[in-house]
Design a protein around this ligand. Structure first.
Ligand code: ATP
Length: 296
């Protein structure tokens, strides 16, 4: 990586941070396509909603893992989801990504894309990126190569072999390296990174695909306090230009993610449905939430 590239990455990041700090208009971020004319193949955000789950029920042998779950995520929103073990958080992500088919309900990406009509492999290509709890990076490749590979992921074998990075793509990798705090580690073998750095690298690989919606399952589990704080900064810098659904048990992290806007919504899941939704202060003061989750 040349110093020019590094500078370009730093410039792009400044622009990213500047844009993400600009006030959110209406229910969608300024960069979240709200109010724009929708082109073919683009997710339709004209109603300001990126994810709409309505009355979703999932049963496993008669047990309702999701029980008439309804959830709306606005374009550009960062939504934290908390709840006790077994509340249905992972099952909800599985429904959104097509891994699990609900028995009943509706699920839309934007206003027009019916997620229940798409296969899991199709959903992976329409702008929904999912990060599982355990990092899955290519340990023997460098950080840069991991990001490069993420660019090739949606190409066929032959196209992938002929693939050469364009200047624009190199700039994009530089931008992501800066965002995920790995600019100085670009040539390092991924296997040598700390657990937190591997998590960031995997998030960077997702970002290479430029997803509109990011689903993040316990992203700071196992991270140091400093890594956790940096992860909160990273997510806050993505808010507005991306929509994020963050499932987490770490309440300090939830606090960090909502500190910039005390009205930011937090959703509490319990027994497969929404037990409470509101600002962090509101859900923390909710007696039922304290009883089933926070007070334990
Ligand atoms: N494939 C399955 N077969 C049977 N039961 C399942 C299956 N998947 C999930 N469940 C059950 O559904 C309920 C919800 O599970 P889920 O993993 O979605 O909860 P969660 O909120 O993600 O929990 P955690 O915080 O522990 O990850 C649990 O009681 C779980 O045992």
């Amino acid at each position: 990586m040349t110093p020019d590239l590094m500078e370009a990455g730093a410039r792009i990041r400044e622009e990213h941070v500047r844009r993400s700090r600009s006030p959110i208009e209406g229910s969608g971020g300024r960069d979240a396509s709200y109010g724009r004319v929708v082109r073919e193949g683009e997710v339709d955000l004209t109603h300001g909603t990126i994810l709409y789950l309505d009355d979703i029920t999932v049963s496993f042998d008669g047990f309702r893992a999701l029980n008439q779950l309804s959830l709306n995520i606005a374009a550009g929103e960062l939504r934290c989801i908390i709840g006790p073990n077994g509340a249905g958080k992972t099952t909800m992500m599985d429904v959104i990504t097509g891994k699990t088919r609900p028995d009943a309900g509706r699920a839309f990406f934007g206003s027009t894309i019916d997620l229940l009509r798409l296969r899991e492999s199709e959903i992976a290509t329409i702008g929904i990126g999912r990060k599982f709890q355990k990092p899955t990076v290519y340990e023997h490749l460098s950080v840069f190569e991991n990001l490069e590979l993420a660019l090739r992921a949606d190409r066929g074998v032959r196209a992938s072999m002929l693939f050469r990075l364009s200047g624009e793509q190199i700039d994009r990798i530089a931008e992501i390296l800066t965002l995920i705090h790995l600019r100085d580690q670009a040539q390092r073998t991924a296997g040598l990174l700390s657990h937190g750095q591997k998590q960031w690298l995997e998030i960077g690989m997702l970002l290479m695909q430029d997803p509109k919606l990011l689903l993040l399952d316990e992203p700071v589990a196992g991270m140091t306090d400093e890594e956790t704080e940096r992860t909160a900064e990273l997510f806050l810098s993505l808010e507005g230009s991306h929509s994020l659904v963050v499932v987490e048990h770490d309440m300090k992290f939830i606090h960090d993610l909502t500190r910039d806007n005390p009205a930011k919504k937090v959703t509490v899941l319990h027994e497969g449905h929404v037990l409470a939704e509101g600002s962090l202060a509101q859900v923390q003061a909710n007696e039922q939430v304290v009883e089933v989750y926070l007070g334990r």
